[in-house]
Ligand binder design. Structure first.
Ligand SMILES: Cc1cc2nc3c(=O)[nH]c(=O)nc-3n(C[C@H](O)[C@H](O)[C@H](O)COP(=O)(O)O)c2cc1C
Length: 394
């Protein structure tokens, strides 16, 4: 559920800082992109090199002197969630008062995303009115507090103040970033138009931009789904979406079919070629060789393959029609989809590459519902609402 999510991990100067290495490791293992911000004091407890190795990126410790002239605002706008673990009493005080005198606090203050803090300190520091008042302030601002546990503390003392179990912190992060009506749902979306090679420089393609599929993937991720986008267009780099780039119908079929065992809903929004050249030349066909004759053969039917799979997920198909949607109801039945989204690509505002779309939903019982011309993001929201109802969760 964390795949593709963007997480800033803030580390402060307490003994439990070493546990942040485990948190960074587990988050990256689950496919999250992790960037670390450390207070200068944190670097006295654990080395920057550890986090560089675990995340693939140098931690930010200083606001000045690095490649980025404004690292705190860059990270703040990039993050889906910021986690401060461990959070010292000093950092809680700075966060509560807004005293952004280091890169970590500045990043939190510059952000609008959810913030999770996991305090760790000696019992007396934890129970001090100052700390408790700061926590009350942070909680009232919507910060998610992962309370410390009782147990052995540094120096052999026993009491409350030990950093919460790192797995509990990770569960909280997961809940915070992957919440919404699609939480826990695995989704595959296809997008873009496939390209069928004629020779190394030429292909048979179509006008699909991938915008509709991208919008469907973006809305699903925002509603908490784990999303894999199999795309024949450019990787749109959407937070929470794992993109798999493919070129041809064969590659798209392989990418989709091989992932069905973990898929709950498949939305086939790509424009997949129906035919491909029987054989692609390995060298560029020359004009001087005369007019080539290209024999076409059928491509794999990606949608059909999903429908016939023993792991068949809830299946949404797309039909790009020209002039009339007359055939769409029959297509919905023939293809065995649970929902068919049809549009007339020749009508104003519904063509390939546009930011809007006017679609009609066709259901497996032969009924249909037309939607007005909408932004593709709004079409995507309507689609997910429909899927939610049809899957019986609504
Ligand atoms: C050995 C040692 C361990 C410490 N452990 C903690 C701790 O667990 N929690 C805490 O709030 N402060 C702890 N402190 C105090 C902080 O390091 C100190 O308040 C520092 O200013 C925190 O800075 P920072 O929040 O910017 O990282 C410790 C200090 C030392 C010397």
């Amino acid at each position: 559920m964390l795949a593709g999510r963007r997480i800033v991990l803030g580390i402060t100067g307490g003994v439990a800082a070493y546990k942040a290495a485990y948190i960074a490791r587990r988050l990256t293992e689950q496919g999250a992109s992790v960037r670390v911000v450390m207070t200068p004091t944190a670097t006295r407890f654990i080395g920057e090199a550890t986090f560089a190795a675990l995340t693939g990126f140098d931690p930010i410790v200083n606001l000045f002197g690095g490649d980025d002239p404004s690292p705190h605002t860059t990270l703040a706008s990039w993050a889906d969630v910021i986690v401060v673990a461990p959070a010292t009493a000093a950092t809680l005080a700075k966060l509560a008062s807004g005293e952004s005198s280091n890169a970590l606090v500045a990043t939190v203050l510059a952000s609008t995303c959810p913030v999770v803090v996991a305090p760790a300190m000696h019992t007396e520091m934890w129970e001090h009115d100052a700390t408790q008042e700061n926590l009350t302030t942070l909680a009232s601002r919507g910060y998610e507090i992962v309370r410390p546990e009782s147990g052995e503390l540094a120096g052999g003392d026993v009491g409350i103040g030990r950093l919460a179990d790192p797995d509990t912190i990770i569960e909280t992060i997961t809940r915070v970033v992957a919440s919404g009506p699609l939480a826990g749902v695995h989704v595959i979306v296809t997008a873009g138009g496939t390209r069928e090679a004629i020779d190394p420089v030429r292909f048979i393609g179509n006008r699909s931009s991938g915008k509709m599929g991208n919008a469907i993937a973006r809305v699903a991720a925002a509603q908490g789904a784990s999303v894999t986008l199999v795309t024949a267009a450019d990787d749109p780099d959407i937070s929470g979406v794992v993109a798999v780039r493919v070129e041809s119908a064969d590659e798209m079929a392989e990418a989709v079919w091989s992932r069905l065992d973990t898929c709950d809903v498949a939305v086939m929004a790509a424009a997949v070629a129906d035919f491909k050249p029987e054989k692609a030349d390995t060298t560029k066909i020359k004009r001087t060789s005369g007019l080539p004759s290209i024999q076409l053969v059928p491509t794999p039917d990606v949608l059909q393959g999903v429908h016939e799979s023993p792991n068949r997920p809830f299946l949404v198909g797309f039909a790009a029609e020209t002039g009339t949607l007359e055939d769409a109801a029959a297509k919905a039945k023939r293809k065995g989809v649970d929902l068919l989204v049809a549009n007339d690509v020749t009508s104003d505002g519904s063509g390939f590459g546009s930011d809007t779309n006017e679609v009609t939903f066709f259901y497996s019982d032969g009924t249909s519902k037309g939607l007005p011309l909408l932004d593709k993001d709004d079409v995507a929201k309507a689609l997910w609402e429909e899927v939610h109802i049809l899957r019986g969760a609504g």
